[in-house]
Ligand binder design. Sequence first.
Ligand code: FES
Length: 83
Amino acid sequence: MYVCSCHAVTEQRVREEIDRGAATPRQVARGCRAGTDCGSCVRRIQALLGQHGARPCPTPRLAARLGLAAAPGGPGDGTAEAA
Ligand code: FES
């Protein structure tokens, strides 16, 4: 089944990238270009990453907006350590 129709990338191909160590949508895109055109497949890629225990979002702020992690400024979002 295709995950990314813009680049004809299948779910299997995305899983291969995850198995090779991709942990973010950007890293998946680096390997197979999925998500680099219209972007409509990125949430699906994030879901596949989440199924594999990888961090599904490139930033804590985006993760919070999608309801996948702590809110920005909250515990564990990385901003408190940087301040
Ligand atoms: S469907 Fe993946 S970039 Fe358009």
